[in-house]
Design a protein around this ligand. Structure first.
Ligand SMILES: [Ca+2]
Length: 287
């Protein structure tokens, strides 16, 4: 099978970098935590962080306008349309967005007290998680009419679908697999990274996207996307987007953390954005 465009670069181009971690994480945690009502605390008190030794870079292919009032929590590309879920109590919604213009074509608010989180599309339905309500919502993808709800016992952060199952994150290192029809948990895997002399769990897994056999995951409060094997949980690559975050912050001072990964499978396009970002950006990853 043809290697996807966003992966079509030699591994030799991978850039060895050990400089990111604490400086950028600390910088982000200070700049991103000044609005406590809109910033989630870590899922637990273990601050074991991302400690990457090797990251891969990216090429900016295109940039599109994005509603910078959207506290992006979920992102999916389907057909020719971007679907977005936003968070914060009283400001949560699901949206259809015109990629080229950023125009919100359709919106359905999620009322208080719910805090909207990740979204996924499967067949003709859209699924939305909430952060701490322990309830998710099902909508008709076209009309956004409500089709029901479902419950789960943990926090809800990100959700995607691999063609046979949903994959769900809850802010811990655990990815949970849910049956497509019943939404019952059927499996799970714990995500870890391999360091020279140890392995570490990867916490704060946030927005997700299943792309060509891998799970791409934002790691909350980092400028990194983890590329994860869903079979083993091992992080196989880190995509470092620090320069992209800086670009967005330069355009709009209120720009918050990176969050939102969407894949246009038909045209092999990879999109990323973040909370209150002024742009949705198409990137090509330099694996
Ligand atoms: Ca996504």
């Amino acid at each position: 099978m043809r290697k996807p465009k966003h992966m079509r670069t030699s591994l030799a181009k991978a850039t060895a970098l050990a400089t990111l971690t604490f400086a950028s994480l600390l910088a982000c945690s200070s700049s991103c935590s000044d609005r406590s009502k809109s910033t989630k605390p870590p899922a637990d008190n273990d601050t074991t962080g991302v400690d990457t030794t090797v990251t891969v870079g990216f090429i900016l292919i295109n940039a599109f306008p994005h509603d910078s009032t959207a506290y992006t929590q979920g992102l999916v590309f389907h057909g020719d349309t971007l679907y977005e879920g936003t968070g914060n109590v009283g400001y949560s919604s699901i949206r259809k967005v015109d990629l080229e213009t950023g125009t919100v074509l359709q919106i359905r608010p999620l009322p208080s007290p719910h805090f909207g989180e990740g979204i996924a599309i499967w067949e003709d339905k859209l699924y939305e998680l909430t952060w701490r309500s322990h309830v998710g919502f099902i909508y008709d993808r076209a009309s956004f009419d409500s089709l029901g709800l479902f419950h789960y016992p943990h926090e809800g952060w990100g959700i995607t679908h691999d063609g046979s199952r949903f994959i769900v994150s809850d802010g811990t290192p655990r990815l949970r697999f849910w049956d497509s029809a019943s939404l019952a948990p059927v499996d799970s895997v714990d995500v870890y990274q391999v360091l020279p002399d140890t392995t570490l769990p990867v916490r704060n897994l946030n927005e997700l996207e299943y792309i060509n056999g891998k799970v791409y995951a934002n790691v909350w409060q980092s400028d990194l996307i983890a590329v994860i094997s869903p079979e083993t949980g091992m992080v196989e690559a880190w995509i470092k987007l620090t320069e992209l975050v800086a670009r967005e912050k330069a355009k709009y001072w209120w720009t918050d953390v990176l969050n939102g990964i969407a894949y246009d499978q038909v045209n092999d396009r990879l999109f990323v954005t973040g909370k209150y970002w002024p742009e949705v950006v198409e990137i090509e990853v330099q694996f």
